[in-house]
Design a binder for this molecule. Structure first.
Ligand code: MG
Length: 378
């Protein structure tokens, strides 16, 4: 190569969960970047959409984990492993939703150097076991979840001790409905999120704050802070995503547009930044409040789970996923979501889970119990 030649070797990247909300936004980010070559994309069942996406990234191999379809390169249980083996990407964006993200993130870490991780369930359910697996594979995690991405940016390069961290919450779509009327809110009302455009489960989780509960657990493992040093803050404007309190009492905040493409682009390009998509205006009102725990009991439950050990976190996630599904199908009331998770948690759950099989077994049992509870509610 001639001196001065500005040719940049592009990095190979795979997008897992490419047909979901995060996956689609990731492809939108990568389409504009010269730095990456998309060598693989995966989906669970949406073969048609996956092939449509491939048309834009003709070099990408395709994997389908939950179905078989013509023209897809790898199908079935081992599709992700086969995709990784064939492509050996430098980076993987894990946009898979739910518990399935755990095993696929572990596989992705074996073959790549960086996980841009949007799947919070892998951290919540996998805990220390997951982080150790990733570390043993010599892979780094850059969080994509907007609050954690913000905290990551704030801590990165900070020379003073960080005393505590804050993650913000919008309060969800029904935050102004009187607590006594919450029972009657419908999926249609809950799915109209005021700030973020996200998948259905996370939008419901944002109204119950189960999402924030999961994020408190996620922050605990990502940044190594104890539960009492991780604070959830109600911030309806959705402009500030994370804050850190330094040892002299100073609070540093990170503000940006509420657009998931920003943390995705940051995680992919780190430590560089890319051109922004649109300007961000910091003007206008910014308010920060402590969330009302009678409105958001899921938040209190998350802190309790974090102190309960590994099993409780797996259950918190699994039971919520089943309850949200039932709520979306109008089988249970909005307020039953919390009741079901709380009830399932009342069983005796293991304190330590240090392999995938035991985590999966707890997840499966919690789902079974939650389904039983759903039937009782019907
Ligand atoms: Mg988030």
């Amino acid at each position: 190569m001639d001196e001065g030649d500005d040719f940049i070797q592009s990095k190979k990247i795979v997008v897992l969960g490419a047909t979901g909300t995060i996956g689609k936004m990731t492809l939108d980010v990568l389409k504009r970047s010269e730095e990456f070559e998309v060598v693989g994309i995966s989906a669970h069942k949406s073969a048609k959409l996956l092939l449509k996406e491939k048309a834009e990234f003709p070099g990408a191999l395709t994997a389908l984990t939950g179905d078989r379809a013509e023209d897809i390169d790898f199908c079935g249980d081992h599709a992700i492993e086969a995709l990784m083996e064939k492509t050996h990407p430098e980076q993987v964006v894990v946009g898979i939703a739910g518990f399935a993200g755990l095993k696929h993130a572990i596989t992705a870490a074996k073959y790549s150097n960086r996980l841009c991780l949007a799947n919070k369930e892998s951290i919540v359910a996998g805990g220390d076991f997951f982080l150790k697996s990733v570390k043993d594979s010599n892979c780094e995690i850059i969080p994509v979840d907007s609050e954690h991405n913000a905290v990551f940016q704030l801590i990165d390069g900070e020379k003073s001790p960080v005393e505590s961290i804050f993650i913000t919450a919008s309060g969800g779509a029904v935050r102004d409905v009187p607590v006594e009327n919450l029972k009657d809110v419908t999926p249609e009302m809950v799915l109209k999120h005021p700030i973020w455009n996200m998948g259905a489960r996370i939008t419901v989780d944002s109204a119950t704050m189960f999402n924030k509960g999961l994020e408190i657990m996620e922050a605990h493992f990502l940044f190594g802070f104890p539960a009492n040093k991780i604070v959830a803050v109600l911030h309806p404007q959705g402009k500030v995503h994370g804050m850190i309190r330094l040892n002299d009492g100073t609070v540093k905040m990170l503000a940006s547009r509420a657009d998931m493409r920003l943390p995705i682009a940051y995680a992919c390009h780190y430590p560089k930044r890319t051109e922004s998509f649109e300007d961000f205006s910091p003007f206008g009102e910014l308010t920060f409040e402590r969330p009302d725990l009678t409105r958001y009991p899921a938040l209190k439950l998350a802190y309790e789970c974090l102190n309960e050990g590994d099993g409780a976190r797996v259950v918190y996630n699994a039971a919520d996923e089943i309850a949200v599904e039932a709520f979306l199908k109008k089988k249970i009331y909005f307020t039953d979501i919390y009741r079901i998770v709380e009830k399932v948690l009342e069983n005796n759950w293991p304190k330590i889970l240090n392999d995938y099989e035991s985590i999966e077994a707890v997840d499966a049992k919690a789902r079974r119990l939650a389904r039983k509870m759903v039937k009782r509610c019907c």
